[in-house]
Design a protein around this ligand. Structure first.
Ligand SMILES: C[S@@+](CC[C@H](N)C(=O)[O-])C[C@H]1O[C@@H](n2cnc3c(N)ncnc32)[C@H](O)[C@@H]1O
Length: 248
C-alpha cells in the first residue's frame, strides 16, 4: 500500500497526513512493515506487512490482534480519533485524552513534581556529559541564560564546574515559582514566545547560542540511538503536535 493509499484508507485528515509517514518510520524500524517497490502499482514505493505484522491482521487464524488491541486500547483509541478529528478540535492527542494541554496538566502539583524529577535526572546526566566532553564552549563566557531550564540542574552543574560563570534559568512562571537560586544561579519566570516575539530580531553581541537537543537522523548506525530518536519524535507529536529537529 502506498503512503497515500494508507492515508486514504485510514481516513486521516489531510492536514495531519504528514504524521502517518513519521508513524510508519517507527513501525518499519520495529520490523512491522517494509518499504519497497510495489510491482502492482508501477514500482511505486509502498508499505508491506512483515511476518510479525501478519500476526496482527484481524480475523485470521492465530491472529494476535485482539491481544494487541487490548494492550494498546487507550493510546490507539486516542490516536485514531485524533487523526480523523477536525483540525482545531483537539490540537494534540494528549489534549484529546486528558482534555487539557500537556503543559497545563503540569501545573497540577503531583504531575509537576513527577515531571520535575524525570527532567532533573535526565539533565543531571546530560550536564555531566556536557561538562566533561564539551566544557570548552563555556570558556570566555561570564553570563549564561538557560532557556526552559526548569529546576536548573544544567545551570547548577555548569556554575559548579566553571566558577567564573553566572547562570539565569528562564522558564514558565509556574515552573520556577518558589525555586531559590544562589549568588551565581538565578531563576526568572516568563513566556519565551512573549518575551522573544516582542522584538524584531535577537542580536547576540559577543554571544553564543549553545543548543543541547536531539537530532533525528544522526548516528543512524546505532540502533539504540535511532530508536530513541524515533520515540522522542513520536512523543513530541503526541504531546505537543510538533516534531524533533533533524539535520536540516
Ligand atoms: C523538556 S523541559 C526542559 C527541562 C530542563 N532542561 C531540566 O533540566 O529540567 C522543557 C522546558 O521548557 C519550558 N517551556 C515550554 N514552553 C515555554 C515557554 N513558552 N517559555 C518558557 N519556557 C517554556 C517548560 O516549562 C519546560 O520546563
Amino acid at each position: 500500500m502506498t503512503l497515500w493509499e494508507l492515508i486514504s484508507t485510514l481516513h486521516v485528515q489531510p492536514t495531519k497526513a504528514h504524521c502517518i509517514r513519521h508513524l510508519m518510520c517507527i513501525l518499519i524500524h520495529f520490523g512491522l512493515f517494509e518499504l519497497r517497490d510495489l510491482e502492482e502499482v508501477d514500482g511505486q514505493m509502498g508499505y508491506v506487512l512483515t511476518c510479525v505484522s501478519q500476526l496482527l491482521v484481524k480475523d485470521k487464524a492465530l491472529s494476535a490482534a485482539p491481544f494487541a488491541l487490548f494492550l494498546l486500547r487507550p493510546l490507539a483509541k486516542g490516536h485514531c480519533a485524533w487523526m480523523r478529528d477536525g483540525e482545531d478540535v483537539h490540537p494534540t492527542t494528549y489534549e484529546m485524552a486528558h482534555s487539557v494541554p500537556a503543559w497545563d496538566a503540569l501545573r497540577n502539583l503531583k504531575a509537576n513534581s513527577l515531571f520535575n524529577e524525570a527532567m532533573a535526572s535526565d539533565s543531571s546526566l546530560i550536564a555531566r556529559v556536557v561538562v566533561d566532553t564539551c566544557g570548552g564552549v563555556f570558556e570566555g563566557l561570564s553570563l549564561v541564560v538557560e532557556v526552559g531550564g526548569r529546576t536548573g540542574m544544567m545551570g547548577k552543574a555548569i556554575t559548579e564546574a566553571f566558577l567564573h560563570l553566572e547562570c539565569t534559568v528562564f522558564d514558565q512562571p509556574h515552573m520556577v515559582d518558589g525555586l531559590v537560586g544562589t549568588e551565581r544561579l538565578k531563576f526568572v519566570g516568563g513566556d519565551l514566545f512573549v518575551e522573544i516575539t516582542l522584538v524584531d530580531a535577537v542580536i547576540l553581541k559577543v554571544g553564543k547560542v549553545v543548543m543541547i537537543d536531539m537530532v533525528v537522523g544522526s548516528e543512524t548506525e546505532d540502533h539504540g540511538s535511532t530508536e530513541t530518536q524515533l520515540f522522542f519524535d513520536m512523543l513530541m507529536m503526541v504531546t505537543f503536535n510538533v516534531k524533533e529537529r533533524d539535520e536540516k
